[in-house]
Write a protein that binds this ligand. Sequence first.
Ligand code: HEC
Ligand code: HEC
Length: 217
Amino acid sequence: MLKICLTLNQKLSALITASLLFAFSSFGYTNEVPQVYSQCVACHGDKAQGNAQLNSPALAGFSAEYITRQLQNFSSGVRGSHEKDTLGQQMLAISKSLDMNKDVPALSAYIESLPPVSAAPETSGNLMNGSRYYQGKCGACHGGKAEGNPAFKAPKLAGQNVDYLRRQMQNFVNGVRGTHAEDKLGRQMAMMAKTTSGKELEDILHYISEQQIAPQK
Ligand code: HEC
Ligand code: HEC
């Protein structure tokens, strides 16, 4: 009887140790570079700071939720399948090779854990006008300081490369992004993108690039 109890106890403690180890490893997970991120370094950089020459946006500090949604959208063709979207097509091909249950959660958690960077080059424009237009047309969803707003699933824009932001605005306007039948959030943004252009958009982008960088809200 005593013997049985002991073995039972040993089994139990082995089980506890195993689950503790598991808990620790999933806890420490975000600070480790997932092996699969090596596929992203060439374009997005080792700190996910982006690469202007390759038109690759910064990713560091974006919410895991946003990154996951974009990778799912690319993989299912909700984003990046338009014939004129040559840069999106690159990401579509890469996303298709990812395991949605394993790679994507690991990549998203890792990217969210990285300190945000500023990929915004020097811009010029009228800051006061930019602030006014931005608060009137964008701030309600993207946050007053372009820090993002999870309630509206709107990503942060502060710190992002302005050329990337401008191209996304053009893509939304031209139907290259946000026209897929399942892209509800993209459609919303496409409607907004059509409300601004020219000097007004440049002032808005100038305002965004002047904001402090912070992790995605
Ligand atoms: C060949 C270069 C290249 C590689 C490799 C690459 N990307 Fe990209 N990625 C891009 C480009 C270019 C864009 C911008 C596409 C556009 O303009 O719509 C992009 C966009 C993205 C976006 C959307 C960002 C946003 O703000 O909406 C995410 C997320 C992303 N990439 C994640 C990854 C991850 C994770 C990997 C590795 C598994 C990866 N990328 C590998 C070039 C690359
Ligand atoms: C009704 C809410 C709403 C408003 C208002 C809005 N946006 Fe957005 N925006 C979104 C959402 C949601 C997304 C994410 C779409 C997706 O998941 O693909 C987005 C995405 C974007 C992107 C793409 C970011 C990336 O990393 O690829 C840019 C650029 C952008 N918005 C700029 C603006 C600007 C500039 C304004 C003001 C003129 C504006 N938005 C107004 C909700 C909004």
